[in-house]
Design a protein around this ligand. Structure first.
Ligand SMILES: *Cc1c(COP(=O)(O)O)cnc(C)c1O
Length: 467
């Protein structure tokens, strides 16, 4: 299996080569040269597998350059920190089932992919005898998932920028309580965009990037997308009968279009998915796109701070991988679309919009703060289940797309403990915290405060980077 760029300017590469760079050298994104397919017989055979075994099978279709037994060892290690059978399904009434993706160390679905990425990064670095310094910016969930997946690794260090004073107490504790030598938390005087700009500047300085072995594990990372495909298969296998391939639909609380893109991959691979329902919050640039065919990214000032903060995006970095399929894998048309965007501020796929549903099965909807509160309340009243605000966005939009005879699976993207304030606002309930979480919240914090200053950051990395 080889990977090519959505913009046509990359030599085909195997899986391992795409790990460190989400972005292809031509500015495009890596995609499978040909999507692997799974037939009905294979699907049936997969029913008996544990989650790590299934992950080995599914990821193995993409990572054909990694020996099976090595992959099996990595998936076992990646999902060992998860309790039970890794991804539990539970019904919440109204014809909906939650797919529990937030059982990992940081209580959000990003652990599902990041834990695997941590394993495969260390593995490839060992084989090539090299080291990697991950530089990233986070407003919360990504940074902590990356740090928890990479902590203590010998060949990887993490430099994670976050906006000073703008994360919740829980998010701060989750990152800053780590005392591993290879984890560097840097709180920048500024907002998330300032952090991201610093990262872009340094990563754009190719000489510095090479000298310091810099890499990224952001949401366009292909290994993350691939690892996320697994739970769509897992959930389908749990929600359908052994003797008849019924279809299911998935609702996905979305931001950067990473999670739902993995569902799109699964559907293209032949998994019988009827609808992929994209749930947006008030920052509904993607809902607008799927309803109208017009993609109009917003700027930072037009991006609202909401109570489902991990979905507060202005543009969706993974959308290019969907557009690549939409234009029948024609790189020229991908480049043309972005040229239109530069020139007129939007891309117009209105003529193709009917295909979004008919050919790709994607529909969408928007949920607001009031919807979140109401949904958290209703789910609690009906099933005593407390859901987080992002999952609530999903549940709210899912209700609009339930179809008779088609199970509707809503991806639970975080645990409510991460967003206690909104839970109190919705139902007035103080959540229970496990002893581990209480210890984490009270632990000493390790963070370096820094001005929004590229030179200071360069100096810090030069001093602390692995080499
Ligand atoms: C990252 C995140 C999302 C959005 O996922 P994308 O892959 O960016 O679409 C939704 N909910 C939570 C809790 C997240 O952390």
């Amino acid at each position: 299996m080889q990977f090519i760029s959505t913009r046509g300017g990359m030599q085909p590469q195997p899986f391992s080569e795409t790990l460190l760079e989400g972005l292809a050298p031509d500015g495009g994104l890596a995609v499978p040269a040909e999507m692997p397919t799974v037939d009905a017989e294979t699907l049936e055979r997969w029913r008996a597998l544990t989650y790590p075994q299934l992950a080995t099978e599914v990821i193995g279709l993409f990572a054909t350059d990694i020996p099976r037994e090595d992959l099996a060892r990595m998936t076992e290690a990646a999902y060992a920190p998860f309790p039970g059978d890794v991804v539990p399904l539970r019904t919440i009434g109204g014809g909906l089932t939650l797919v529990g993706l937030s059982e990992g160390p940081t209580l959000a679905f990003k652990d599902m992919a990041m834990q695997f990425l941590g394993q495969v990064l260390e593995y490839t670095l060992e084989r090539t005898g090299s080291v990697l310094n991950i530089l990233g910016a986070t407003s919360g969930d990504t940074g902590s998932a990356a740090e928890h997946a990479l902590r203590g690794k010998e060949r990887v260090a993490v430099f994670m920028l976050s906006p000073q004073g703008r994360m919740s107490a829980f998010q701060r504790a989750q990152m800053f309580s780590l005392d591993d030598e290879n984890v560097h938390n840097i709180a920048v005087e500024g907002v998330f965009d300032d952090c991201q700009n610093l990262v872009k500047h340094l990563a754009g300085d190719l000489a510095f990037k090479r000298a310091q072995n810099l890499g990224a594990v952001n949401s366009i990372n292909l290994a993350r997308i691939t690892a996320q495909v697994v739970y769509y298969f897992w959930a389908w296998l749990r929600a359908t009968d052994a003797d008849g391939a019924t279809e299911v639909s998935f609702t996905v609380p979305s931001g950067n279009f990473g999670n739902i893109l993995s569902g799109f991959f699964a559907k293209q691979m032949g998994l019988p998915i009827r609808r992929l329902v994209l749930a947006a919050n008030e920052n509904n640039v993607l809902d607008e796109f799927f309803r109208t065919g017009i993609y109009r990214p917003r700027n930072a000032a037009q991006t609202l701070a909401t109570s489902s903060p991990s979905m507060d995006i202005s543009k969706a970095s993974n959308l290019e991988r969907f557009i690549f399929e939409l234009v029948d894998r024609d790189p020229e048309r991908v480049v043309g679309a972005w040229r239109d965007l530069d020139e007129q501020g939007y891309v117009d796929f209105a003529a193709d919009q009917p295909r979004f549903v008919e050919e790709f099965g994607i529909v969408s909807g928007t949920s607001t703060h009031a919807d979140r509160l109401e949904t958290i309340r209703a789910v609690y009243a009906e099933s005593q289940e407390i859901i987080d605000p992002h999952t609530a966005d999903g549940v709210k939009v899912a209700h609009q797309h339930v179809e008779e005879g088609v199970p509707m699976l809503v991806l639970e993207t975080a645990k409510p403990q991460k967003f206690a304030e909104t839970i109190i606002e919705a139902i007035g309930v103080e959540l229970d915290y496990s002893k581990d979480l209480r210890d984490m919240l009270g632990a000493p914090q390790h963070v370096v405060e820094m001005a929004d200053d590229e030179h200071a950051l360069r100096a810090f990395i030069e001093q602390h980077a692995l080499r």
